[in-house]
Structures are given as structure tokens and as C-alpha cells.
Design a binder for this molecule. Structure first.
Ligand code: GLN
Length: 541
């Protein structure tokens, strides 16, 4: 019998529901339970694929090619739950399904309404999450947005119905809320939480556990009792979630407060005690790191950390492995473009990253950064667009193709070294139409990539429309480019990894290795790149 945990958020958005849900998942997995995770998002976009990462944060890609909310990245980093197209549902996706059914006449002349048709579709998506062959012990469903929003009402109503249908004894509602500190009175205030829980109860949902975000402070006993009393929740089920560093210490803080035991008690599940030694050691190792390497990330979306969430986290994981901190500073590629020499902006860094991106803006600055890395023996890592940039740089400055470009930025370039993937021709819709998800990549032996992965076959996730143009393969390999990873498309080999041999560490990939990095299992290329940055730093000192 699958048990269900629903996570809702109160008072403000960005309260940390995603991390809280992921942490609960991690603690339950440690106790031997099989966990499935899902996020419901109340916005009308069918998926976040077309949303601006600068406003909404990164688009996380699953193995099966779903473009999803960045919270799914937290789920994958904290748990081993298998995420797929089923793991993220938006209002847009739900309505889309219902409207298509209506057009096909499947509602047999009925008036199609929010209740029951939209709520039925939401419930069926929750059910399909657990309809796998391997049984799921606990499904954790996070509802995006804040309780009280108009948009999230159908989701909360669906949860209310779902809870009655499967039986309240199989469900646990976790409400994550803000308990703000008011400077003037010098106290933490519980009233916003009381109001938020009241709003939830109006909809017919009673929280079983309240996770209180208290900033730098901690709840005093009286405040805990007050929340418990007014919100009708047991004293021990009021969990203090003060700001914790590092992020990966959050589940350990929950564990200290017995959150896993309380959750299991509410769900009526018995499970053996978990072993968190490896995780605890990882957090301790992270805290103990003294050296810091400085990586310059040359990009367009400067100033918004969430736009590259998984990349940031992959660097944290690589840092843990190398016993160092990684300071990623975003360098605006347009500034590099304007600067008289890239040297002025990049001199201080130990390594250079050019990450994913779309559109022509800032491209010349990124090419200048790649050139700087190559000519000055600074470790370079290119991800997706960052690989395409490395190819343009080599084509222009090593192969003598001065005007080489990508057809994404210069459709009429005389040397389209990067061009549209053949299957992308004729694609008009923007949503969900890129080359998405996991593909096989064969590695060439005795290359940097092969050494990093220690394998000849790997699987990584993709999100792009353009590719290396094989017509230039000979020219570029003669200029020193080594193709170390390819994907076979039957009639041709798609270039997936390139590297340079006469350089301390220069490697660039067409895929997104950041999506598969985990704190206990750093992604091999990130790991080695940070190792190379550390090496470069030592040489400079
Ligand atoms: N704009 C490039 C493409 O579509 C790179 C995409 C990316 O970096 N994710 O191929």
C-alpha cells in the first residue's frame, strides 16, 4: 500500500518546499523505503521549457526528456527516486489533457468543469506516479505556489478528495511556512503561520506536520506550543527549519528533530533505523574544506543563481570530492566582449566555464574567453553552448576559418561549423521540441573523457537544437580538436565531447552533465575540471 505525503507552502513563495520534500525523501530512503517524488506547479505554461531561466530559474531535464521545474533537481540530488515525464505537472498540462479529451468527445456531452474534471485529472496524475511495476512505499507530492493563491486551489481541492479516497491514515500533510522575526519587538511571529493554516483548513486540509522557516533564529518552547495549539498539530510535529549551511545539512537537522519518525508514525509505517554516516561524513568534509578555487563562469544570465542551479550544485559536489570550496563568479560575456582584452576580466580565475545558453547575445565574449583559456593554459569546461563556442573558437583561430559561426547566430555564415540538427528542420513549436533527454555516448579510449568516466559507454542528458557539423570534422581535427565522445545516429556520428591534448584541461560537451551530479557521486567531468583548477591554482601560487 503506497503512502502519500503532500507538501504545501505558506505565507511566502520560495520558502524551501522543494528542499524540505527532498530531505524527507532522503530520510525515508535511508530507512529502506522506496520513494517517488512529484511536483505540481500552478502556472499555465504546459512545462517550464519555454520560460526565461533568468526569471523562473533553471529548466531541469529528466532521462526521458521532460523539461521540468528546478525542484526536481533537488529531488534527484537528495534521493534516488526515478524522475520522468510523470514527475512534474502544471495547470497548463492538466488543462491541456482535459481540453483534448473534451475535443475528442470523451466527456459524452457533459459540461466540463474544474470539479470534477480538472481535479480528476490531477488525481489521476498522482495515481499514475505510483502505477509503476516496482511498488512505491511513499509518494511525495509537492504543490508549488503559496496556500491562498487562486491558482493552486484546484490542486489543493484534488488533494482533499484524494486523501478521502485513499484513506486519511495513508496520508501526511506537511506545511512549510515562514515564522518571521520582527526586529522592533525582538520576536518570532507565529500569526502568519496561523493564518496560512487557517486558509488550508478552509479548503479542507489539516496539516499533520508544520516546518517553520525561522531565518537565523530558532523557535522557543512557547512559540512551538502556540503554533501547535492554534494550528491543531502535535507539539513534536512542529519542526524548526532555521537557515542551515550547507544545504546538504538540512536533512540532518530534520533528523535531529525526529522528522522521519514523526512522518512514519503519522503514516502508520514501521521501518528500521537508517544509516546516515556517509551523508554526515560528506557534510563534515564539505565544512572542513579550506582551499577555494575560483571559477569564472562566462555567461549571459549573470546575477541569478537559480538560472544555473544544477551547475552550481555540481560544482559543490566536485568541491567536496576535491576537498575545496568552489567559488563560481559570473562574468558577463558582454563585458568580456567590450573589454580590450579578456585578460583584464579573467586574470584572477583558476578555470573558465562557458555554460548553456541560447541566442546571439554575448557570443563574441564567450569566444574570447575560450580563446583566453586555450592560449593561457587555463582549464576550460564547455557545456552545451560552451562546446559550440569552443568549436567556433578553434575553427576561427586554429583552423583559419575566420568567419566560422553557428547558424543559430549567423544563418548565412560561410562556415557553419555548428548547424541545426537534421531532425530540427521544419520544427515550428518552441515547447518540448529540442533534442531532449538521455542519449548514449561512446567514449574514445585514452582521452580525458575516458579517464574521467572510466568507461567506454556513458549516458548523459541533452537540451539543444544545434550540433557540430561533420563537414568540418577533418579540418578541425587537423587543427587539434580531439573528438572523444560520439553518439551514433546510424548514418552519422554526432560529436558529443571534444577536447584538446596540448592543454592542461580543455574539455567541452554537447550534453548537460550537471543534471546527473549528486553530492555522494560527483559528476566525473566536473570533478576532474575542479581538480585541474586546483592544480592550476597551485602552479600560479
Ligand atoms: N543554443 C544551443 C542549441 O540550441 C545550445 C543550447 C544549450 O546550451 N542548452 O544547440
Amino acid at each position: 500500500m503506497t503512502k502519500y505525503i503532500f507538501t504545501t507552502g505558506g505565507v511566502v513563495s520560495s520558502i524551501g518546499k522543494g528542499i524540505a520534500s527532498a530531505s524527507i525523501g532522503m530520510l525515508l530512503e535511508a530507512r529502506g523505503l522506496r520513494v517517488a517524488m512529484m511536483k505540481m506547479d500552478p502556472y499555465i505554461n504546459v512545462d517550464p521549457g519555454t520560460m526565461n531561466p533568468y526569471e523562473h530559474g533553471e529548466v531541469f531535464v529528466t532521462d526521458d526528456g521532460a523539461e521540468t521545474d528546478l525542484d526536481l533537481g533537488h529531488y534527484e540530488r537528495f534521493t534516488s527516486s526515478k524522475l520522468s515525464q510523470k514527475s512534474n505537472a502544471t495547470t497548463g498540462a492538466v488543462y491541456n489533457t482535459v481540453i483534448q479529451k473534451e475535443r475528442r468527445g470523451e466527456y459524452l456531452g457533459k459540461t466540463v468543469q474544474v470539479i470534477p474534471h480538472i481535479t480528476d485529472e490531477i488525481k489521476s496524475r498522482i495515481r499514475s506516479l505510483t502505477a509503476e511495476e516496482e511498488p512505491v512505499d511513499v509518494a511525495i507530492i509537492e504543490i508549488g505556489g503559496t496556500v491562498g493563491d487562486i491558482e493552486s486551489l484546484p490542486f489543493l481541492e484534488a488533494l482533499r478528495q484524494f486523501r478521502l479516497e485513499v484513506g486519511p491514515e495513508h496520508c501526511c500533510c506537511v506545511h512549510v511556512t515562514l515564522v518571521p522575526y520582527i526586529e522592533a519587538s525582538g520576536e518570532l511571529k507565529t500569526k502568519p503561520t496561523q493564518h496560512s493554516v487557517r486558509a488550508l483548513r478552509d479548503i479542507g486540509l489539516q496539516p499533520d506536520i508544520i516546518i517553520c522557516r525561522t531565518g537565523k533564529n530558532r523557535l522557543a518552547k512557547e512559540q512551538r506550543q502556540k503554533i501547535a495549539l492554534f494550528c491543531n498539530v502535535g507539539n513534536d510535529a512542529i519542526i524548526n527549519a532555521e537557515d542551515i549551511f550547507p544545504l546538504y545539512a538540512i536533512p540532518l537537522n530534520f533528523k535531529r528533530q525526529g522528522l522521519d519518525d514523526i512522518t512514519l508514525r503519522i503514516l502508520g509505517v514501521t521501518a528500521p533505523e537508517g544509516d546516515l554516516t556517509e551523508w554526515t561524513d560528506m557534510v563534515a568534509r564539505m565544512k572542513a574544506a579550506e582551499t577555494t578555487v575560483h571559477i569564472a563562469a562566462v555567461g549571459k544570465y549573470v546575477g541569478h543563481d537559480d538560472a544555473y542551479k544544477s551547475i552550481n550544485e555540481a560544482f559543490v559536489h566536485a568541491g567536496i570530492h576535491n576537498d575545496c570550496n568552489v567559488r563560481l563568479s559570473w562574468v558577463d560575456s558582454e563585458e568580456v566582449e567590450k573589454a580590450s582584452s579578456a585578460d583584464d576580466l579573467l586574470r584572477e580565475c583558476d578555470a573558465i566555464l562557458v555554460g548553456p545558453g541560447f541566442g546571439a547575445r554575448g557570443i563574441e565574449g564567450k569566444i574570447a574567453a575560450a580563446r583566453y583559456a586555450r592560449e593561457n593554459n587555463v582549464p576550460y569546461f564547455g557545456i552545451c553552448l560552451g562546446m559550440q563556442i569552443a568549436v567556433l573558437e578553434l575553427a576561427r583561430h586554429k583552423a583559419g576559418l575566420d568567419e566560422a559561426s553557428s547558424t543559430e547566430f549567423a544563418p548565412d555564415t560561410p562556415h557553419p561549423v555548428i548547424s541545426l540538427l537534421s531532425e530540427q528542420r521544419g520544427v515550428k513549436d518552441m515547447g518540448g521540441t529540442m533534442r531532449l533527454g538521455q542519449y548514449r555516448c561512446d567514449l574514445r579510449e585514452e582521452t580525458r573523457a575516458h579517464a574521467a568516466y572510466g568507461d567506454t559507454v556513458i549516458y548523459e542528458r541533452h537540451r539543444h537544437r544545434y550540433e557540430f557539423n561533420n563537414e568540418y570534422l577533418d579540418t578541425l581535427t587537423q587543427a587539434g580538436m580531439v573528438v572523444s565522445g560520439t553518439h551514433s545516429k546510424g548514418d552519422h556520428e554526432l560529436v558529443e565531447i571534444i577536447e584538446l591534448t596540448d592543454h592542461p584541461w580543455f574539455c567541452a560537451v554537447q550534453f548537460h552533465p550537471e543534471f546527473k551530479s549528486k553530492p555522494l557521486r560527483p559528476q566525473p567531468l566536473f570533478r576532474d575540471f575542479v581538480g585541474a583548477a586546483l592544480q592550476h591554482r597551485k602552479q600560479r601560487d
